[in-house]
Ligand binder design. Structure first.
Ligand SMILES: [Zn+2]
Length: 367
């Protein structure tokens, strides 16, 4: 048993889970900085090699080179004496695992205790400068989300890791600096082991700003997951609430050309809304040559989630341009971060915030 495995077992006995997060993907090489670094190939009996920092890791046919020394193994772990390891300029607590992807490039995983992961997640999703009660609410939601993803992956026996580090799962940026880490850690510690529960880990989705009404999970992903749409008066003053996206007709048509829309002139754009929801379900695009029926969520994916910020929009067009005017930022399911921020500033506790956005879940302490 490797020390790493032993540590995992130790953590498990203390019921503090570890998570594995993909922090960098598909990169040709990576530079690791840290104090007293060691590299450890997979083996039943752990063998560690001291390596000089900075350590440049490059994939080769047989495995890797570290500072030009060959390590012919399928993956290697790198650790150090300090609390954080620097990977291409970003700091991560815990241990780094380097793997080769099928195309020969590198996949970098960060394995660390869940509670440490949550600190890096708050930095990525919201900010250490936000009210402590929002940070606590965000932490409980993210802890629940991570444990649920981990359980799904282990039940299906899929994947080398539990979570992505971008908006595909939850945004995780690692460690920032001592002051900001400490502020967040206090809020994380205050909720240690608390999760949202409803006959299992609750699907605790969250997003930036709902715009005034949250959405059902089934309307975004088609999955039959427990969720409830709530009217949210709290995010109405958020600067994220209103947005506009202007695209030239040519750019718009070009972006959809590979998805079944042909033609050079727009004849009509119509939208279909859900019942009892301000969000669009379908967008029907007609040009001089073809018609495309596209789910509004798919249109977000194709135009970019950061550009078409939500499916709550109206659309207008002229021969030259297409203009989307919309409300809210994100998929709209579960906790609204800007609404939660306003709730905390109005004196609501994290429990009240969670109760408001996840009325079907209860708070439970599992470790
Ligand atoms: Zn909201």
């Amino acid at each position: 048993m490797t020390p790493n495995r032993l540590y995992s077992l130790f953590a498990l006995l203390l019921l503090v889970p570890q998570v594995r997060v993909a922090v960098l993907k598909n990169i040709p090489n990576v530079t690791i900085e840290g104090f007293e670094l060691w590299a450890r190939p997979p083996a039943t009996r752990p063998i560690s090699y001291h390596i000089d920092a900075p350590a440049k890791v490059v994939p080769t046919k047989g495995g890797f080179t570290i500072n030009r020394e060959p390590f012919d193994y399928p993956h290697i772990q790198i650790g150090g004496q300090h609390d954080v390891i620097d990977v291409d300029g970003k700091k991560f607590p815990g241990m780094i695992e380097i793997r080769k992807m099928e195309n020969g490039n590198l996949l970098i995983l960060n394995e660390l205790p869940l509670e440490d992961y949550l600190v890096g997640l708050v930095h990525g999703e919201i900010s250490a400068s936000w009210h402590p009660e929002v940070i606590k609410a965000q932490t409980v939601a993210a802890r629940t989300y991570a444990l649920r993803r981990q359980k799904q992956k282990s039940d299906n026996n899929t994947g080398l890791y539990d979570l992505e580090s971008d908006t595909m799962d939850q945004v995780y940026v690692g460690s920032l600096n001592d002051v900001q880490d400490r502020i967040v850690k206090e809020a994380v510690d205050a909720t240690t082991g608390e999760v949202l529960w409803n006959s299992g880990f609750y699907p605790a989705y969250f997003h930036s700003c709902c715009g005034g009404q949250t959405e059902l999970a089934s309307r975004v992903w088609g999955k039959k997951e427990s969720s409830k749409s709530v009217i949210d008066p709290f995010c109405k003053n958020s600067h994220q609430r209103k947005w506009e996206l202007r695209l030239t007709t040519r750019d718009f048509l070009n972006r959809l050309k590979h998805h079944g829309l042909e033609g050079s002139q727009i004849r009509n754009i119509s939208i279909e809304r859900y019942d009892n929801s301000p969000r669009n379900v379908m967008v029907i695009l007609e040009t001089d040559q073809s018609t495309l029926f596209l789910g509004a969520t798919d249109l977000r994916r194709l135009l970019g989630y950061k550009e078409l910020k939500s499916t709550w929009f109206d659309v207008d067009w002229s021969p030259r341009q297409v203009v989307f005017t919309g409300i809210g930022y994100g998929h709209g399911v579960g906790l609204c971060q800007w609404g939660a921020k306003a709730m905390a500033e109005a004196g609501k506790s994290y429990r009240e915030i969670l109760q408001f956005y996840y009325p079907k879940a209860t708070l439970r302490k599992i470790y």
